[in-house]
Design a protein around this ligand. Structure first.
Ligand code: C2E
Ligand code: CA
Ligand code: CA
Length: 669
């Protein structure tokens, strides 16, 4: 004892005891640690109380008959009953049934209850000691020794209780031994004190080790929690679209796939939503405004009624799911309400913007996600081209999609030189009735003799990279045909945005013209504004080199896209073709006519020709003429014609003897 003490400075022993004493109050245990401490106690305390009860029976056996009834029956009965009750109280099932608050109280109460029980037992046992026989004294020594040792070791992880219990047992026992005043009893007392002290050290050491373990297990648990939190954050990050805060492409598609696969639920409706003219918003007002529009739209989808899940799957494309419980009519109504809500004007940075959306819907009946997406996308495309907010994929579309898929696969291997055909649509002078020029329109005649219109295969050619092949083919063929036409009838050839990006275009045109000796001045190339927006420098350079050859350049479909009047000033066009939308709306309100007439006046000022496309009836032609326009194109004059028909028409020298209405009037008259 003194050796141990000499190794440890006194203050250190004292401070370790003190810190153990403070720490073993259990006040700082969190709920989980408290539960595990209670579970430990439940695994051991009932055994300890059984040991106490058993040793009490030994004492009764040793003293029964030689001591009073109170000492051999009443006191042990009370003591054994208390032990059994406490054993039951600390049984595993009883502990499990108690909540954290009760357990906290129980553990804290144990430091008084345990020593209390021991004080009772020791008082009883020690009262038997004076006058006991050698055997009886031996039993008392044994029982007290067992009580102290088993008690302190069992309660080692609640050391305050262990020490109090040890003291409660050792102090009265040693006091009684010392009262005898002889060396034998004094030696036993001394040994008992030493054993109790050493057990106390063991308890302190153990408790310190336990503290370390507790610390590291806490750290581990904290790290585990942090990892779980990070994992949760990562999951949110990996499934969220950072700009809009709704699900990203991967997440919404995974969710859609899950919903489709879930047999328990009715198959949901899959909707694809695309903003109309978003690119123009971005290009005109800048990306910050575009971003705000996207956030606004995402928010309107997220808060729309009847929509289960939504996500952003691309730049301005969104996908959402509507429960399969909804009928077709209900689903369409939900989508239409959403489209209406998106179209509510909003002011961003002082600019009033009216976002518009098209929505394609498809029920996910027994389809893979890919098939379903393809169909919803097709319905979306239908919504866009038919100028409605919402379109549903139906049986007719299924046929069309099948056709398109087949066409797409055939197109990859098509021999364009052989299969590409041309029709020509006249552009006439309304006053002189002469054909000024003819627009070459591509037709793809498939091997089975079916004809595919450019509306289908030009897009395919653009996405599969065959568009320049088509252009070259069209330039060669159109100029070859046009060489057979009388001077000065011209030819219009369409260029795609890709064509304006390639440097060899001008030299190809030049060599084709040289080969046929066709005058460059009779060739007009039509370009759309798409390239002017995305690659203005390249577009300008291509237009300039085409014009340098002596060819003309027309801005096609003016009025469909963003149609900035600034383009007319910025790019050296020879002609503007007013999109057929204008002609369609002539006579319906005044806006369309007013814009058309303004553009026409501007063209005159800038010395550009102006052609109005899509004239379908006499009234539209007259309205256009009243605005001052003479160059016209449209089904009213002629649909696209085969080259033979063009030659026959040109042989007449004039486009038509009469306008159909005039001829009809004359024959009626
Ligand atoms: P576009 O350049 O605007 O050509 C005019 C289209 O409008 C033609 O359709 C023509 O048939 C149609 N059209 C003419 N008059 C009327 C009318 O009065 N009413 C209506 N509703 N439509 C009329 P088409 O031949 O189907 O061509 C569609 C588009 O395909 C063309 O529009 C053009 O953008 C593109 N395209 C055609 N051929 C070529 C080509 O060789 N190269 C490129 N890059 N694109 C081409
Ligand atoms: Ca055109
Ligand atoms: Ca056009």
């Amino acid at each position: 004892m003194s050796k141990i003490a000499s190794h440890l400075p006194r203050w250190q022993i004292a401070s370790r005891f003190a810190s153990m004493w403070r720490a073993s109050g259990h006040a700082d245990l969190d709920d989980q640690e408290l539960k595990s401490r209670a579970a430990h106690l439940a695994a051991r305390l009932p055994m300890l109380y059984l040991i106490f009860a058993l040793t009490a029976l030994l004492v009764v056996y040793a003293f029964y008959g030689s001591a009073s009834m109170i000492q051999t029956v009443v006191a042990p009965s009370i003591y054994i009953s208390i032990c059994l009750m406490r054993a039951r109280y600390w049984s595993n099932s009883a502990v499990l049934a108690r909540d954290e608050a009760v357990l906290r109280k129980d553990i804290s109460r144990l430091q008084y209850v345990g020593p209390g029980v021991i004080v009772f037992a020791i008082t009883w046992i020690v009262s038997l000691y004076p006058g006991a026989s050698v055997f009886q004294q031996g039993v008392v020594h044994y029982v007290v020794g067992v009580m102290i040792t088993s008690g302190m070791l069992t309660l080692i992880d609640t050391p305050r209780t262990a020490l109090l219990g040890g003291l409660a047992a050792a102090t009265p026992f040693c006091a009684v031994l010392l009262i005898f005043g002889d060396l034998d009893h004094a030696m036993i007392a001394l040994c008992q004190v030493a054993v109790t002290a050493l057990l106390s050290f063991i308890a302190v050491r153990y408790y310190e080790d336990l503290g370390q373990m507790l610390k590291s297990s806490r750290k581990l648990r904290e790290r585990q929690i942090r990892i779980e939190e990070n994992a949760a954050d990562l999951k949110v990050l990996s499934t969220t679209d950072p700009l809009t805060g709704i699900l990203n492409r991967r997440a919404i598609l995974a969710l859609a796939e899950e919903n489709i696969a879930d047999q328990a639920n009715a198959e949901p409706w899959l909707a694809l939503l695309d903003l109309d003219g978003f690119k123009q918003i971005n290009d005109t007002y800048g990306h910050p405004v575009g971003d705000e529009v996207l956030q606004l739209v995402a928010n309107r989808i997220r808060t729309a009624q009847g929509i289960d899940h939504c996500g952003r799957i691309g730049g301005d494309e969104f996908a959402f799911l509507i429960s399969g419980e909804k009928t077709q009519a209900q689903t369409v109504a939900i989508a239409e309400r959403l489209a209406d809500s998106i179209a509510a004007p909003v002011e961003i940075n002082g600019i009033c913007i009216t976002p518009r959306a098209s929505i394609g819907l498809r029920k996910t009946e027994r389809m893979s996600l890919g098939e379903c997406l393809e169909r919803a996308d097709f319905a979306l495309f239908k919504a866009k081209v038919s100028d409605v907010a919402v379109a549903l994929f139906d049986k007719a579309q299924e046929q069309e999609l099948l056709f398109k898929t087949r066409v797409a696969s055939d197109f990859k291997d098509a021999d364009l030189e052989e299969e590409l055909d041309i029709e020509f649509q006249p552009i006439i002078d309304f006053d002189t009735r002469q054909i000024l020029s003819l627009e070459a329109l591509a037709r793809w005649k498939r091997k089975d003799s079916s004809v595919v219109m450019p509306g289908i295969f030009i897009d395919l050619a653009e996405t599969t990279g065959r568009i320049c092949e088509i252009t070259d083919c069209m330039i060669s063929k159109a100029i070859a045909f046009a060489s057979e036409w009388p001077n000065p009838v011209g030819v219009h050839i369409n260029l795609s945005p890709h064509d304006l990006m390639r440097e060899e275009l001008a030299s190809f045109i030049s060599s084709t013209l040289d080969a046929t000796a066709f005058p460059a001045s009779r060739v007009t190339f039509e370009v759309t504004e798409t390239t002017l927006i995305t690659k203005p420098e390249e577009a300008l350079s291509a237009i300039t080199s085409i014009r340098a050859l002596g060819c003309r350049v027309a801005l096609d479909d003016f009025g469909t896209g963003f149609s900035s009047l600034a383009y007319l000033d910025r790019f050296p066009f020879d002609q503007v073709k007013l999109d057929r939308e204008f002609a369609r709306k002539f006579g319906v309100g005044t806006t369309s006519a007013a814009i058309a007439s303004t553009v026409f006046e501007l063209c005159q000022k800038l010395r550009m020709d102006c052609t109005v496309e899509g004239i379908e009836c006499f009234e539209q032609a007259v309205l256009a003429r009243n605005m001052g326009m003479r160059r016209m194109q449209g089904y009213y004059f002629a649909k696209p014609l085969k080259h033979d028909a063009v030659c026959a028409m040109l042989a007449n020298g004039e486009w038509h003897e009469d306008f159909p209405e005039e001829a009809a009037k004359r024959s009626a008259g």
